[in-house]
Design a protein around this ligand. Sequence first.
Ligand code: 6GU
Length: 261
Amino acid sequence: MRVDIISIFPEYFAPLDVSLIGKARQRGLLDVRLHQLRDWTHDVHRTVDDTPYGGGPGMVMKPEPWSEAIDAVAGSAPEPPRLVVPTPSGRPFTQEVALAYAAEPWLLFAPARYEGIDSRVMAEYGDRLRLDEVSIGDYVLAGGEAAVLVMVEAVARLLPGVLGNAGSVTDDSFAPGAMAGLLEGPVYTKPPVWRGHEVPPILLSGNHGAIARWRRDQALRRTVANRPELAARLDPGTLDKRDRQVLDEASFRFPPEDMAD
Ligand code: 6GU
């Protein structure tokens, strides 16, 4: 997969040299290309921002450097990249979106600083490229760079050959499958007793059926405790008697059906 990132802080992406992503790049599974937005300015100050029309705080990123940069990077390609603009006002970036991005051959990220990019850039490229404005959560970052790091890591670990253990992707919280919609439960390794804390004996039993059931109990309890809104979205038709008992013990009640839609 090819990933281009246009930013006024290309040095922000040094973490992409490290660990899983760094190795994927060395092995040729991921081709990351960083670009300095200011290379597409033409004034001595290399200006990328200006005051907002209509007033208000902060600065807005000028359209011309962005369009020149995007055209230079993506311009003449027969199969253009998917253009991803991180913004707290975008659609939520979820595991589903990460899976869709992992199936793309080419992504172009355009992280902004200041109050964002002049909206005409999105109007222009929304017609020409597949454009997504995406948010990584309900909080405000100082710029889109950290969000790009998050998204590139979430996508890259899904690429074929990037993770050593193929099972680890399908076992993820938020991955489809037997544990779909549930958070992952706790994990343990050696020693069997550490500072007086024992590993739950069931995990040492060798009884794989009982271990799977115990893990599901733990996943259900953790989902109710940490993400009750996820528990509310479980399909009751997929729950067995023991599931319902565990939810009951956790004092979870399915909310009444929403009549609005
Ligand atoms: Cl994608 N960008 C910024 N600046 N803040 C965010 C965000 C993105 N997602 C959540 N907060």
